[in-house]
Write a protein that binds this ligand. Structure first.
Ligand code: UTP
Length: 290
């Protein structure tokens, strides 16, 4: 296993049913928050954490994601001719030269665990990150960067977690274990989407993981789990029997952009924080008699 986390998997093959009709013919990961698609926020977060190999697990209707990270020749020529250097920089910064994008297909959306398994050959024997782009993370230090720092220290899988309301445990993988320090928990149990009365704690897994390659064997040997899907959580539960896995209470804010409410909140808050748009948008909001 290599020492550094240089690979990230972006499972983007889900159906996005909670965001219909917007996701009927376009991927939810391309929905823009202010002026950037969700997937770009996740890729930028991974890049900031030192990842250079971006592995997208795609499905039907996901071509726009490939196009987004491709070179847009005509657009660049047009911007160059119009001497719009600032916009040209914006377009070119989407894929820095030292970043590699690789695409694998998940023919059928059989679950998050299955999606990760589709990248097995590309992951090989290396530790890797998994980022769910519909969880938009905003932190002073990018959340994946915080997790890479933990991985460097503990050399073990790290899951991002946060306290969730008791009535929301059915939306998350829930972990329980022993406290290592105020941010870190040595996980003893992980359960996918438990009912509140069955949840071992209120610590829910957010869409950021650093995993050791052993998890792939575990996913492959799990039967189908909650919802008939091949669950990443069940693979991690298998890994727990062989290796240490830690839960890390990240510093920052998470927006669940897979839901309409979370997506709207992200747009309002990030628009208010935007250096160019923020002041005008704030004035506009004040004119709404809420
Ligand atoms: P979600 O649970 O949000 O599922 O998946 P979904 O299908 O995208 O959305 P809803 O619930 O129907 O609205 C979490 C992440 O895992 C990916 C999704 O693209 C999303 O980023 N995923 C899920 C896959 O890539 N493949 C799958 O089979 C399932």
């Amino acid at each position: 296993m290599s020492a550094a986390v240089t690979k990230a998997v972006f499972p983007v093959a889900g159906l996005g049913t909670r965001f219909l009709p917007a996701t009927k013919a376009q991927p939810k990961e391309m929905l823009p928050v202010v002026d950037k698609p969700l997937i770009q926020y996740a890729v930028e977060e991974a890049y900031a954490a030192g990842v250079r190999e971006m592995i997208f697990v795609t499905g039907r209707h996901k071509r726009p994601i490939e196009d987004h990270f491709d070179m847009t020749f005509e657009l660049e020529v047009a911007l160059e001719q119009a001497q719009k250097q600032e916009l040209l920089d914006v377009v070119r910064s989407v894929k820095p030269d030292d970043m590699e994008c690789i695409y694998v297909r998940q023919a059928q959306a059989l679950g998050l665990g299955h999606a990760v398994l589709c990248a097995q050959r590309l992951i090989g024997d290396d530790p890797f990150a998994v980022l769910l782009a519909d969880d938009l993370m905003v932190g002073e230090t990018p959340v994946l960067q915080q997790m890479v720092e933990q991985f460097d220290e503990w050399r073990a899988s790290i899951l991002a977690v946060q306290e969730v309301p008791a009535e929301h445990t059915r939306r998350y993988g829930i972990v329980a274990g022993t406290e290592v320090n105020e941010r870190l928990l040595d996980i003893q149990r992980i359960v996918e989407k438990p009912a509140p009365e069955a949840a071992p704690s209120r610590l829910g897994v957010a869409g950021r993981y650093i995993l050791t390659p052993g998890v792939l064997r575990e996913i492959a040997s799990q039967p189908r789990g909650v919802g008939g899907e091949i669950q990443l959580t069940d693979g991690i539960a298998g890994l727990l029997r062989r290796e240490k896995v830690f839960a890390y209470r990240y510093e920052g804010r998470r927006y669940d952009c897979g839901s309409k409410e979370g997506f709207l909140e992200a747009n309002v808050e990030l628009a208010l924080a935007h250096p160019a748009l923020g002041p005008g948008f704030k004035q506009f909001l004040k004119t709404l008699a809420l």
